[in-house]
Design a protein around this ligand. Structure first.
Ligand code: SF4
Length: 260
């Protein structure tokens, strides 16, 4: 009699633990990497000695003396066009935005006129600005929302402005400050650099720098502080080659790498 051998039922080979982990981990690592890439880097090394209130007062007194009425460089004719200009200025220069908006604001300086212009024609006006397709969509959507929810006016609250398509915290800070005279601090790349380098408000994120500056700057300077710091970063405390030799505050600046 032939011998019958019973074979065990075939089982799927188990997935090695290491391999399974690698498959799950990959997208997480990629997401982390892309987040890191978009986060602004603080200027290093960080200054350590904190500022005294008298020193901070001195710095802003000098800024005020040199430029008593600083102006933003984004051209606009009313709060609505200021809002639109700020939305368009994300990852673009003020000069580039002004070049496009001069003609645009002549025919579309209200939400209704912007809607009448339409997304397609708006795109033509702003096509020299980066990300213009998304920005055109946002400007049309924010105009519609202003008409349907805010009576065609720019909202006067942070929550209201931040609820508009394309408008974030920085946009709200600029509009609240420039259009409505509020003591807000918009942190762009220049303010972020100056806050960190000088040691006035070191921070890893724009929000940290914003809150730090609001804490140390006396109220009497807050209306113009945002513009003084932007202009200082744009024309004196340059990213690659800061002009420390002509800097108004070079004796007080804490940056260990300053050249004077
Ligand atoms: S001294 Fe130099 S690094 Fe310091 S704020 Fe002035 S330009 Fe910037």
């Amino acid at each position: 009699m032939a011998k019958i051998t019973l074979k065990p039922a075939s089982r799927k080979a188990p997935v090695p633990k290491k391999k399974a982990k690698a498959v799950v981990a990959k997208p997480k690592a990629a997401a982390k990497k892309s987040l890191k890439a978009t986060r602004p880097k603080p200027t290093k090394p960080r200054p350590t000695k904190p500022w005294t209130p008298a020193e901070v007062h001195e710095v802003f007194s000098r800024f005020r003396k040199a430029n008593p009425e600083p102006k933003g460089e984004l051209e606009h004719v009313n709060p609505f066009t200021l809002l639109v200009a700020v939305v368009l200025s994300a990852q673009a220069t003020d000069a580039g935005v002004n070049k496009a908006t001069r003609a645009l604001f002549e025919i579309a300086d209200t939400p209704q006129k912007m809607l009448d212009l339409g997304e397609e024609r708006l795109r033509d006006y702003i096509k020299t600005i980066g990300l213009y397709r998304t920005k055109a969509k946002n400007v049309i959507a924010l105009s519609a929302k202003m008409l349907s929810e805010f009576g065609g006016e720019v909202p006067r609250t942070r929550a209201g402005i931040e609820s508009l398509p394309g408008a974030g915290r920085k946009t709200a800070n600029v509009v609240l400050n420039m259009a409505f005279g509020e003591h807000t601090m918009a942190v762009d790349t220049h303010v972020f650099r100056v806050g960190n380098r000088t040691g006035l408000a070191p921070g890893k994120t724009p929000l940290e720098v914003e809150l730090g500056l609001e804490k140390v700057i006396p109220a009497e300077f807050m209306l113009h502080a945002h513009h003084w710091l932007i202009l200082h970063g744009r024309y004196t405390c340059l990213a690659r080659k800061p002009r420390c030799e002509v800097c108004l505050i070079n004796d007080l600046c804490r940056w260990p790498e300053k050249t004077v």
